[in-house]
Design a protein around this ligand. Sequence first.
Ligand code: NAD
Length: 260
Amino acid sequence: MTRSVALVTGAGSGLGFAVVEHLRSLGWAVAGVDLKAGESPADLIFTADIADQSQVETTVAATIEKFGQLDAVVNCAGIFIDALTPVEVFSRTSWDRTIAVNLTACFLLARASLPHLKHTGGSIVFIASTAARVPSPGAGAYAASKAGAVALAKTIALEYGRFGVRSNAILPGYMNTPMAAPALSKTEVKTEIEARIPIGRVAEPQEVARLVGFLVSDSGRYLTGEEIAFDGAKSLTAFTEPADIDRMWRRAERIRSQVQ
Ligand code: NAD
């Protein structure tokens, strides 16, 4: 049987690295691409800038040349720069780079890959962020880029469903990766972040990778055009103070003790 073939961006770090490992453990052949390939476990690794059209097209062509087909594309590469900068002082350069890497690159890769995915009835996964739904102050470019990626994922689901091609977006909350390390490496900050997540902790990249594995597999064959929050219910607390939930549980304890 021919092995399924995936192309994973951001394969040298964090989630992309975990996705490569997971898909390989499921028997997939995996090509990875990253600005810094590092120690990526991919079968074939390209060092390239995915915001550059010709580098994207070369990467897809070389993947097809090596493996002969393409069954899945997973957009993990992303950047989060100039945090805590309000719109009026956010630089045009940082805006352009954020949109180029987090959104335009997804378009370029989809455009180059879809002719091949039509042959295999393959699928695309976009790693967006809960910021697509619930932006944080000071990160407008990031939120806009991720909301754009979700819209692109849904558009492709509409356009390519007739070819059996599926397209979905995952919206992670905090993940324990190098991108989040500046915050999560400080114990007090991590504790404060986790106190605001109903499930009580940040996600491990391997947990998100397992969802990617499901979405690109035959088990997910009727799942398309979806945006799946993977955030321990964090985005549901946007308008609810965690303190409100604490208060509710204290009341539940009182009710339970009165009943007994
Ligand atoms: P990471 O920084 O560990 O990995 C991102 C990888 O993308 C890096 O290896 C980097 O070199 C690569 N990359 C960046 N720009 C590139 C380019 N132009 N061309 C090729 N490769 C490029 O981050 P991560 O946490 O693994 O992030 C994975 C995805 O998850 C990103 O899209 C990110 O926005 C998203 N996300 C992360 C978190 C989090 O808390 N870590 C939360 C929500 C969403």
